[in-house]
Structures are given as structure tokens and as C-alpha cells.
Design a protein around this ligand. Structure first.
Ligand code: B12
Ligand code: SF4
Ligand code: SF4
Length: 359
């Protein structure tokens, strides 16, 4: 009879073979996870903004994400895997070319991370199912990369992959925080890992560096103020109070990770060799003028397999207009005038704001 620790070891081996740098197992003793209670308070305080999918409820009115059992009543353990996406390119805090916009580090690759992780997670899932079959163990599994109602960082913490930093990112003491998470829910009762110790200490660099004061308390982020939310998730108008602070950001934001000592220590934040995450020219620090001139077909073509498509054509153009306004480059005026005349009322309003700012 195979033991729970044999299975845990086999999971680690399968995850390593699939290319994951990190893996671990969390229990679903969620009554012991205070972060899930914090999630409920977070939603109730309105911090999710327009991301209504985070607020979905079960029939009895509880938040779906408050427990993995709402997604799969049979779940006994959660396997969590981490995949490094860091590459050998500067941080946003080191890039100052006013002609260019900043796309967040996680979106530079040739493939969307859902695809890159999903493919590897399926490999781990197949290995676990195979092992269960060989040992006549009945098994159910289901894997998610952002695609299920699971607060992934909480399970990652209890699976020992790292601690949740004051910037709310999961941090590993060697890998830093530039890695994605994927989870496999399983009906097997596996031995859980020990959670990693919190190593933020007295540091507050992320809180101090956030341009929009979105980290309202350690480990608590008000999405409505976060540039990642404003540039990716928010449709329609970006509130005026945040536009100037958005700087050169046109998709996502890395500042609270770029300043984190765990991504800056010598020997930390190693580079990935995964082919899917190697930076593509259209995504790494792209020229703003070329993006302003892009039509919808060119946008679809350039970002077909990239996370950038989530912002949609209208959203990216809107963000480009704001970055142009913040650039101080008067030569962008003709591009902005053209955007103001494209027939999209939201884009026109942002382009006019930018023209005014440049004047
Ligand atoms: C919604 C979402 C967002 C939103 C909200 C982010 C947020 N911090 O809540 C927005 C659009 C802003 C966003 C931005 C980003 N995201 Co995002 N996002 C998600 C998503 C889909 C859900 C997260 C969620 O439930 N948020 C709600 C909050 C409450 O949960 P949480 O942040 O996990 O917070 C827990 C801790 O803060 C904890 N906690 C920790 N310490 C403490 C201390 C105290 C005292 C208390 C009370 C609580 C507490 O309590 C919370 C749980 O209740 C997850 C995928 C998933 N299904 O989990 C990806 C995910 C979190 N995102 C990810 C990434 C990569 C990003 C960006 C880096 C992308 C970018 N560069 O633009 C930024 C990072 C910004 C940041 N500082 O978090 C990765 C994170 C990987 C990692 N190493 O941490 C995830 C896991 C996706 C993935 N599968 O890899 N994201
Ligand atoms: S991602 Fe940017 S805007 Fe959001 S909390 Fe971090 S530094 Fe602030
Ligand atoms: S910058 Fe400092 S406080 Fe913020 S997550 Fe990193 S170590 Fe923690």
C-alpha cells in the first residue's frame, strides 16, 4: 500500500519533470486559514471593484471562493505548483524612455500563462492519476490556473511555496515573486507541507513605492486604486485622480515587486528558460507611437496569444493615450488628435485629457 508521503514525493517529482520550479500540498482545513476570512471582508469592503466574478455566491449565499469545497465537494488536498516567468530584462523602475510604454513583466512572452501553466499542470495531474490507478486508489482531480473560484495564494502559502508579502504577492525566498501559480484539487488525503515563515519583517518598500497608494494595509490591496486593475480589468473611464500616477504603464504594473528586496537580492529571482516566457518585441517596453497607430486587426494579430488581449483593443488604446499624456513628449500630439477623432467616446476623452496635460 502506497503511503501519503510516497504520493507527496511522487507529486514533487512529477511537478519538477513538468518544468515547475515549486510545488507543494495544502490541506483543506480552511477553518485554520485566517486569510480566507480576510477575503470575505475584502470583498465586502468593495475592494474587488468591477471584478464581479470574485463575488460569486453559492445557493446559500456564501462566497464561492471562501472554500475550495464549493468548487469540488470531494476535495481533500490541493496541489499547488509555481512557474518562474522572470527574464533577463530591466525592471519597470529602471526603464525611463519617455517614447515607450510599460507592459507588465508577466505578459512579455509568446504564450498566455494560462496555456503555459495549463499544459504543465495536465502533465502533473496525469501522473497523479496514473499513480492512483496503479495503487487502486479512487481519485478525482481538477486543475485551475486562475480559472476556478479559488484564492490561489492562500493555498500556495499553506502548501509551503512562500509567504504572502505586504504587497499581497506570494514570495519565495530564492525565487522572489515573479512566478505564476496553478492548482490541482484532488480527492486524495495527502500530507500537507508547513507554511513558509513571513519574511517581510519591518520592510515597507512596496507600500511606500506604490504610486496610487493601493496597498491600504499590509497584505490588503484596494483593486480600485491598483494600476494593474485600472489598465487590465477596468472598462470605460479611468478615474481622473489616478491618471497622472499611472506614468508609462499601459498594461499591468510591477512596481511593488520591482522594489521588493526578495527580487533584488544577489542570486535571487533567477531567469527562466521556458520558451513561452521569452520577451517578444511587441510586448517588452513597446514604442507608444506604434501602438497609437495600431488598428484593431493589427492589435489582434500582435497580441493573439498574449495576456494583453484581456485589456481589449479599446482598453489598450485608452491606456496608451494616458501614458502619452504622462510622457511630456509634445510630438505625441498628432497621434492623440487622431485618437480623439476615432469615434470611441472613452478614448476621445482620454486623448483630450492627454493633450491638455501635454500643453
Ligand atoms: C483578482 C486578481 C488580481 C487583482 C487583485 C489583486 C489582489 N491583490 O487581490 C488585480 C487585477 C489588481 C491583480 C493584479 C496582479 N496580479 Co493577480 N490575480 C487575481 C486573482 C484572479 C484573484 C486574487 C484574489 O482573490 N484577490 C483577492 C485578495 C483578497 O486575495 P489575495 O490577494 O490572494 O490576498 C490574500 C492575502 O492578501 C491575504 N493576506 C496576506 N497577508 C495578510 C495579512 C493580513 C493582516 C490579512 C488580514 C490578510 C492577509 O489575505 C488574502 C486572502 O483573503 C489571482 C488568481 C487566483 N485565482 O487566486 C491572480 C494572481 C493573484 N495574480 C497574479 C499576478 C501575477 C498579478 C500581477 C503581478 C499582474 C501584473 N503585473 O499586473 C498583479 C500584482 C498586483 C498585486 N500586488 O497583487 C498571480 C500572483 C502570483 C504571485 N507570485 O503572487 C495570481 C496568483 C495568478 C496566477 N495564477 O499566477 N490580480
Ligand atoms: S501593482 Fe502597482 S499600483 Fe498595484 S499595488 Fe503594486 S505598485 Fe501599487
Ligand atoms: S517590499 Fe518589503 S514589505 Fe513589500 S513584499 Fe517585499 S519584503 Fe515584503
Amino acid at each position: 500500500m502506497i503511503s501519503s508521503s510516497d504520493i507527496s514525493q511522487a507529486v514533487t517529482q512529477a511537478a519538477t519533470e513538468a518544468g515547475f520550479e515549486l510545488s507543494g500540498i495544502a490541506s483543506v482545513r480552511e477553518e485554520d486559514f485566517p486569510e480566507l476570512h480576510a477575503f470575505i471582508e475584502w470583498v465586502d469592503s468593495g475592494h474587488a471593484g468591477e471584478m464581479k466574478y470574485l463575488e460569486k455566491r453559492t445557493e446559500d449565499g456564501t462566497l464561492k471562493r471562501a472554500s475550495a469545497k464549493n468548487a469540488a465537494p470531494w476535495v481533500r488536498s490541493v496541489i499547488v505548483c509555481g512557474l518562474n516567468y522572470n527574464t533577463d530584462k530591466p525592471y519597470s523602475t529602471q526603464a525611463h524612455d519617455p517614447q515607450r510604454g510599460w507592459i507588465s513583466r508577466y505578459a512579455w512572452g509568446s504564450k498566455d500563462y494560462h496555456h503555459a501553466l495549463g499544459r504543465r499542470l495536465q502533465q502533473v495531474e496525469a501522473a497523479v492519476r496514473h499513480m492512483a490507478a496503479q495503487n487502486n486508489l479512487p481519485i478525482e482531480t481538477r486543475s485551475y490556473v486562475d480559472t476556478g473560484p479559488i484564492v490561489e495564494r492562500v493555498y500556495a502559502r499553506y502548501a509551503g511555496l512562500g509567504w504572502i508579502g505586504k504587497n499581497t504577492c506570494l514570495i519565495h525566498e530564492k525565487l522572489g515573486s515573479f512566478f505564476f501559480l496553478g492548482v490541482i484539487l484532488t480527492s486524495l488525503d495527502l500530507a500537507p507541507a508547513l507554511p513558509a515563515a513571513d519574511r517581510c519583517g519591518s520592510c515597507t518598500r512596496c507600500i511606500d513605492a506604490c504610486p496610487t497608494q493601493a496597498i491600504v494595509a499590509p497584505g490588503k490591496l484596494d483593486s480600485r486604486r491598483c494600476i494593474a486593475y485600472l489598465t487590465i480589468e477596468k472598462r470605460g473611464e479611468i478615474p481622473l485622480e489616478f491618471r497622472s500616477q499611472m506614468g508609462h504603464h499601459i498594461f499591468g504594473c510591477d512596481i511593488c515587486q520591482d522594489v521588493c528586496p526578495w527580487n533584488n537580492k544577489a542570486g535571487n529571482a533567477p531567469f527562466t528558460e521556458a520558451p513561452e516566457f521569452q520577451p517578444q518585441p511587441q510586448s517588452f517596453h513597446p514604442g507608444l507611437a506604434a501602438l497609437a497607430e495600431m488598428n484593431e486587426d493589427a492589435f489582434r494579430q500582435a497580441f493573439r496569444d498574449s495576456p494583453v488581449k484581456r485589456a481589449k483593443y479599446a482598453g489598450l488604446k485608452r491606456n496608451v493615450a494616458v501614458a502619452m499624456g504622462n510622457s511630456g513628449q509634445k510630438e505625441f500630439a498628432p497621434h492623440l488628435e487622431k485618437m480623439a477623432a476615432e469615434g470611441d467616446a472613452v478614448l476621445a476623452e482620454h486623448a483630450l485629457w492627454a493633450l491638455e496635460k501635454l500643453r
